[in-house]
Design a binder for this molecule. Structure first.
Ligand SMILES: Cc1ncc(COP(=O)(O)O)c(C=O)c1O
Length: 410
């Protein structure tokens, strides 16, 4: 293979959030990858660094045309240009400004829970009210609860969508998106689509950009996207808001300026152009590696942790582990957490398990409940690391679950 994902630089002691927030642990939580970036991006950043001057910069035409080429060729999404894009510092900044632009205080914003945890503060910070629409989980598959969605749409102003969905790993199909789009348009609900995970999809699950739906639905939306997640550039901070409607774009521009996050980092702009311009082969090799990592997790669960299951990973590098069989055992044995919380109702399981794994087994996963109440009984596992690291994490998870239940039963 042209790229090596099996060995990575040591990140410990580099002020990495993932590696240094909980020292001495194996961190498989926050969503960044341990892999070195594509050599083409590194070379472009090096060239920019070598210039030695980092004053304020304009965005060149290539910034927009490289995105247009990438998205039209790879995903059939046409129309990206200087006239349809507002650049900003990150996807959180992007969707937060979009909420600000399209709501007044007190408006309801629909989120399909469990959902990305930073959706919640963005809704609160814009003085809006969260309208949770828990996803339906049956037969190991997450789907939209259409009845609840219709009901909430009738009283809400914005849908904050995650496509593909973090943390449950769904890549929404065109049919599902069309149904959401139709309900939203009929109910005057504006759609803010966070598509930061869009490049990370697996065989049989193609990403459908919201912007490729029929025009009336696209005009009622913005798309927030960035190369930072797929190309492992999270700390470099760059993102874009796409709006097909000039009126909507003007509102986004106003909100981004009101929030003072309209100037992008010179390295972000350089990295974006190199990623979309030259990063394709690296990204495809990465997707293949991640797909094999996901297979490794499914095999491990089947062989060594049969009580833990995971829905099919259609997209993202975040696996959603269903540990509810252990939650039942824990509740049944009246498990008592170190904080003295009882497990008789199952409440507090994910949090207690997360703490146990971290303190006793040196493993950090993301606790299911940070993604909403619907995440109780689940843990999120980041598989974007060398396979050997992943296997070490899975062994710790197996041992940790056993000792957690053992401790509860004592
Ligand atoms: C769905 C989603 N949106 C946004 C972000 C963060 O985006 P940014 O770092 O560009 O603000 C993440 C990071 O994990 C994410 O998963």
């Amino acid at each position: 293979m042209r790229y090596n994902f099996d060995t990575c630089p040591v990140r410990k002691g580099t002020e990495s959030v993932k590696w240094d927030l909980y020292p001495g642990t194996l961190p498989l939580w926050v969503a960044d990858m341990d892999f070195v970036i594509a050599p083409e991006i590194k070379a472009a950043l090096q060239r920019r660094l070598d210039h030695g001057v980092f004053g304020y910069e304009l965005l060149p035409d290539n910034y927009f045309s490289v995105m247009d080429r990438w998205f039209s060729r790879r995903h059939g999404w046409k129309g990206i240009s200087r006239e349809t894009i507002v650049p900003t510092t990150g996807v959180i900044a992007a969707y937060s400004a979009a909420i600000k632009a399209m709501t007044v205080p007190g408006d309801k914003v629909i989120v399909m829970t469990p959902c990305y945890n930073a959706f919640f503060p963005a809704i609160r910070n814009n003085k809006c009210v969260q309208a949770s629409c828990p996803l339906h989980y049956e037969g190991g598959l997450y789907t939209v609860d259409w009845e609840a969605f219709e009901r909430l749409a009738a009283e809400s102003r914005v849908l904050l969508l995650c496509n593909p969905h973090n943390p449950v790993g769904r890549v929404w199909t065109r049919e599902e998106l069309l149904r959401m789009a139709d309900i939203c348009l009929r109910n005057n609900v504006f759609v803010v689509s966070d598509e930061i995970h869009c490049e990370l999809t697996y065989p049989g699950h193609d990403y459908t950009p919201w912007a490729t739906l029929p025009e009336e639905y696209v005009l009622n939306s913005v798309t927030c996207f960035s190369p930072t997640k797929p190309f492992n550039l999270a700390g470099i901070q760059i993102a874009n808001i796409y709006a097909a409607s000039p009126e909507v774009l003007a509102k986004m521009d106003r909100a981004i300026n009101d929030n003072e996050c309209c100037d992008v980092n010179v390295f972000g702009a350089t990295a974006l152009q190199a990623a979309y311009g030259e990063g394709g082969p690296w990204l495809d090799a990465l997707r293949d590696y991640l797909w094999h990592n996901a297979r490794t997790v499914y095999c491990f669960l089947e062989d060594e942790l049969p009580l833990v299951t995971a829905p099919p990973l259609e997209g993202t590098y975040l696996m959603w582990l269903d540990c509810r069989a252990y939650m039942k055992k824990w509740a049944g044995s009246a498990g008592v957490t170190e904080d003295g919380e009882t497990g008789t109702s199952g409440a507090g399981f994910s949090e207690a398990l997360g703490e146990h794994l971290r303190k006793k087994h040196g493993l950090v996963l993301s606790t299911g409940t940070i993604y909403g109440e619907a995440g109780e009984g689940f843990m999120r596992l980041n598989i974007a690391c060398p396979r050997s690291t992943l296997l070490e994490g899975l062994s710790r998870l197996r041992d940790g679950l056993e000792s957690f239940i053992g401790r509860g039963a004592n």
